[in-house]
Design a protein around this ligand. Sequence first.
Ligand SMILES: C[S@@+](CC[C@H](N)C(=O)[O-])C[C@H]1O[C@@H](n2cnc3c(N)ncnc32)[C@H](O)[C@@H]1O
Length: 213
Amino acid sequence: MSRHKLKKFAAAVNAPNILFEPRDRKGNWKQSFFKNTNPLVVELGCGRGEYTLALARMFPEKNFIGVDLKVDRLWAGACIAREQHITNMVFIRINIYELLNFFMPNEIDEIWITFPDPFSKGSKLKKRLTSTTYIQLYRSVLAEGGFIHFKTDHTSLYQFTKKVCLQENMKILQDIDDLYNTEIEEIVLTIQTAFEKKHLQMNDTIKYLKMQF
Ligand SMILES: C[S@@+](CC[C@H](N)C(=O)[O-])C[C@H]1O[C@@H](n2cnc3c(N)ncnc32)[C@H](O)[C@@H]1O
C-alpha cells in the first residue's frame, strides 16, 4: 500500500462515521447505534457513498448504512458526511458476503445496489451482488415487505438479475430498461453517482429493478 493510501487508511480507522467489521452492532443498529426506531436502509457496494449520502439528505427520518470493502472510497464519503453534518448515516467496511455477521434477520428495511461490478467472466459470475448466493443473504436480513432497488448500465447483469429474481420466487415490482426515457415519478431514481454519470456520457441506458421477496 502506498504511503498516501496508508495515511488514508489510518484516518479512516479513527473516523467516527466509518466502522470496521462492527460485529457488536448486529441486531442493535436502530436502538443502540442510531438511537431511534426509524427504518434502516442499506446500500451494498456503496463506493464513495454518493447514493447513500443523497438518500440520507432526502430522508432525515430514516437511518442509512453504506457498505463497501474499499476504505479509500468510504473515506471520501465519510468526509462529505462530516462536512455536511449528515448524522443519520454511517459507513461500514465489511465484505457483503459476510452480511449475516453484521445484521440480524429482518433488521434491514430496504436495500440499494447501484452500479455493482458486472463480474462478467464465467468464474466470477458468483461474485455478482445479485447472484443466488447474495440474494439468499438478502432474504435473511430483509424485513418482510422490504424492497431491493437495483440500478445498472450493464445489460447482461440486468438480465441475469431478473433471472435470479424469478428463480428465487421474488416479485419484480418495477422493471425499467431505459430510466431516462421513461417518465420517472420517484425522485430517488434520479440520484446519479459518478459511475452513472460516466455511463450516461457514453450513451449507455440505465436500467432499474425494484424487487421484493
Ligand atoms: C462499480 S463500484 C460502484 C460504487 C457505487 N455504488 C457507485 O455507483 O458509485 C462497486 C463497488 O462495490 C464494492 N464491492 C463489490 N463487491 C463487494 C463485496 N463483496 N463486499 C463489499 N463491497 C463490494 C466495490 O468495492 C466497489 O466500490
